[in-house]
Design a protein around this ligand. Sequence first.
Ligand code: PLP
Ligand code: TYF
Length: 409
Amino acid sequence: GKDIVPQAPEDPMFGLMAAYRRDTAEMKIDLGIGAYRDNNGKPWILPVVKQADELLRKDPNLNHEYLPIAGLPDFTSASQKLVFGKDSPVVTEKRVVSFQTISGTGALHIGALFLSKFYNRSASEAPAIYMSNPTWANHNQVFGNVNIPTKQYPYFSRETCSLDFDGMINTIKSAPAGSIVLLHACAHNPTGVDPTQEQWKQIASVMKEHHLFPFFDTAYQGFASGSLAKDGWAINYFVEQGFELLVAQSYAKNFGLYGERAGCFHFVTSPASNAQDTVARVGSQLAILQRSEISNPPAYGARIASLVLNDPKLFAQWEEDLRTMSGRIIEMRKALRGKLEELKTPGTWHHITDQIGMFSFTGLDERQVGELREKYHVYMTKNGRISMAGLNTGNVEYFADAVDAVVRE
Ligand code: PLP
Ligand code: TYF
């Protein structure tokens, strides 16, 4: 009858991971989940995280008490500085309120929940959130679960394997005033394609003119340009333009703290005489939402990140670790493209090195992806995305040969 709970489909990413684990072939390759792997295909604990962990273990004052509802203050303040810059007016003018969250997903969720309760309540129709097509699959559920209507803007051109800027900007232009626009701050997942600074300026200008509300998702700061500040450029350009905006920040990838769930949510209000009052009111409501959802956030990951972010020496070590990860990924992009071009694999492959961050959107279609899995034990998402970190000097040639074979078929 009606009351039966319907069976839900398995999360495709976790299904893919399980299938990979079941595969007994020696040459199997996991290009599925966006998690960094070293050149031996193993998870990598950042050296700076090891150092911070040792320091924490030696600290006689640490215990397992609850954190405050908003999280570890040293963590949230350092997170503000990382996203907005040390001397940012949003920090000095106290125009930002930040809550520690269950990684980036939790930050998106509390932002979504806050919007669903408090954003444009007088509008005759609930405002929709526009997200890129494609986007991180979880975005749809996070916003859908709190009944925010979800819409899409074009993002990726299958022909050029690059940004469909005209499609994006035209759809944003046609969004009803008051709509929310979800933007990947850098290293777009799944395409690896970001707007240029010039394009970001146009996006900001259109959004201002049409009274649209930006929600930035920043899960890959440090993976895109090689500079933490540059990777935060788009957010800070919007801040400079005076937007009120939201930011969901994840430390899963850039600290390798995936399972520790360290993240932060930021609400920034525009410069105005009542800005501090706005921040206080919003903060008071966020505290109630946080309390009812998780009471208070988990401590360990935030302590690690906080130690590193607040210590100049550890921070410098972190930047080096980030360069180790992004540098290896760039090497693999070059190796893959080089090998495909050497094989004269039909098609063009420059997008492999043009794209940035953790992922490459290869342009492979579902049949090719299926054959890579069935015949060659290569695991990747159906949309043709590969996690570049799954490639290494030991398997990149095997992968290129496999791609060559399925493309020629
Ligand atoms: N946003 C994007 C675009 C992502 O790719 C991810 C995935 O890792 C997240 C947010 C959030 O991840 P987490 O909840 O592990 O921080
Ligand atoms: O896109 C990825 O691979 C990462 C990790 O349900 C991820 O963002 C993917 C799917 C998912 C949870 C995490």
